[in-house]
Design a protein around this ligand. Structure first.
Ligand code: IPM
Ligand code: MG
Length: 371
């Protein structure tokens, strides 16, 4: 196959570069063993970009992100660049700009409990064994981007901080459509979460999801939940859910909750997708759910699995390489099944290993599975 699969690597900050290095190794492996070749370029984002260019995402890097088939991102942020007074100069702004400019409105965050890691959760094993849910978070609207926003002086030593929660019908419908379509390929169940009891934007959300369901997705089982109840139900009985669709802010919070229920943030991937173009191709960015973990950065301790699983999502959603995605996922399962553990998921009786050794083991397992 021709090397027309264009990937932009944005390793970012903290542990980003070291976990992304393991993806490089899998890409080399695919080239050698599967004859699937990617054209990989690399750029800077977050604190790394602030150091080099004074901004968390340069125009040139953004232009490149717009031109490739998919972006793979490591992590952004670190104490060095925590400059709370100007949000546009924070490392996170690089990520938010990418999401907005690429139009990545649908953020897929699976929360899957691996059999080998059932005991890593703080929840009882029975509650989470076999858990496999998918949170679809709206990513380019809502209170993250709504106007007006800002802090203003209102006299007499008083200040006022404002952010705006706002959604239009088309913003709600396009993310709900992605969630319904994904539900169809899974357990065929969708739960939509908002706060229709207190927010007009939530009421509109509920109405539009219901309407779309009636128009196009009557075969999918739809339910609605207030997001606070959703947070509770996730802890009480997470297996009642299949796919959850929710707005940007609730999705941020609920996906952290769902991630931690699995007990292994270092295992969770994500995909952020845009609207399909005329050829059905979507702009896309893939990144682990975990952050830059500055405390362990550069020490070969980080868990590369979330990033490798994000690359598996990239193969599946951007390149239709489902078989290769499954190879990576199975390799990781088998390596965990064999007892290998990075520090974050270490348990008594298991074999503690470094980032690199985890990568070595996964490559060996890939060799076995693919032969
Ligand atoms: C996430 C993160 C981001 C968000 C930050 C880093 C801007 O928490 O991807 O969940 O709030 O969306
Ligand atoms: Mg978050």
């Amino acid at each position: 196959m021709a090397a027309n699969k264009k990937l932009l690597f944005l390793p970012g900050d903290g542990i980003g570069p070291e976990v992304m290095r393991q993806v490089r190794r899998v890409i080399d492996w695919m080239d050698r063993k599967r004859k699937i070749t990617f054209d990989v370029s690399e750029g800077l984002v977050g604190g790394a970009a602030i150091e080099a260019h004074g901004v968390p995402l340069s125009d040139a890097t953004l232009a490149e992100a717009l031109a490739v088939d998919a972006v793979m991102l490591g992590a952004v942020g670190g104490p060095k660049w925590d400059n709370p007074s100007d949000y546009t100069k924070r490392p996170e702004a690089g990520l938010l700009t990418l999401r907005k400019e690429l139009g990545l409105f649908a953020n897929l965050r699976p929360a899957v409990v691996f059999d080998a890691l059932v005991d890593a959760s703080t929840l009882k094993a029975d509650v989470i064994r076999g858990l496999d849910i998918l949170i679809v978070r709206e990513l380019t609207g809502g209170v993250y981007f709504g106007e007006p926003r800002g802090i203003t002086d209102i006299g007499n030593g008083e200040r006022r901080g404002v952010n705006t929660q706002v959604y239009t019908t088309s913003e709600i419908r396009r993310v709900a459509r992605v969630a319904f379509e994904l539900a169809r390929k899974r357990g065929n169940k969708l739960c939509s979460m908002e706060k229709a009891n207190v927010m007009e934007s939530g009421l509109l959300w509920r109405q539009e999801v219901t309407k779309l369901h009636g128009e196009e997705f009557q075969d999918v089982e739809l339910s609605h939940m207030y997001a606070d109840n959703g947070a509770m139900q996730l802890l009480k009985n997470p297996k009642q859910f299949d796919v959850i669709v929710t707005d940007n802010l609730f999705g941020d919070i609920l996906s952290d909750e769902a991630a931690m229920m699995t007990g292994s943030l270092g295992m969770l991937p994500s995909a952020s997708l845009g609207a399909p173009d005329a050829n059905g191709h979507r702009k896309a960015l893939y990144e682990p759910v975990h952050g830059s973990a500055p405390d362990i950065a550069g020490r070969d301790l980080a868990n590369p699995c979330a990033t490798l699983l994000s690359f598996a999502m990239c193969l599946r959603y951007s390149f239709n390489l489902d078989e290769d995605a499954k190879l990576i996922e199975r390799s990781i399962q088998n390596v965990l099944g064999g007892g290998m553990r990075t520090a974050d998921i270490m348990a008594p009786g298991m074999a503690r290993c470094s980032t690199t050794v985890m990568g070595d083991s996964i490559l060996r397992e890939l060799d076995k599975l693919a032969s």
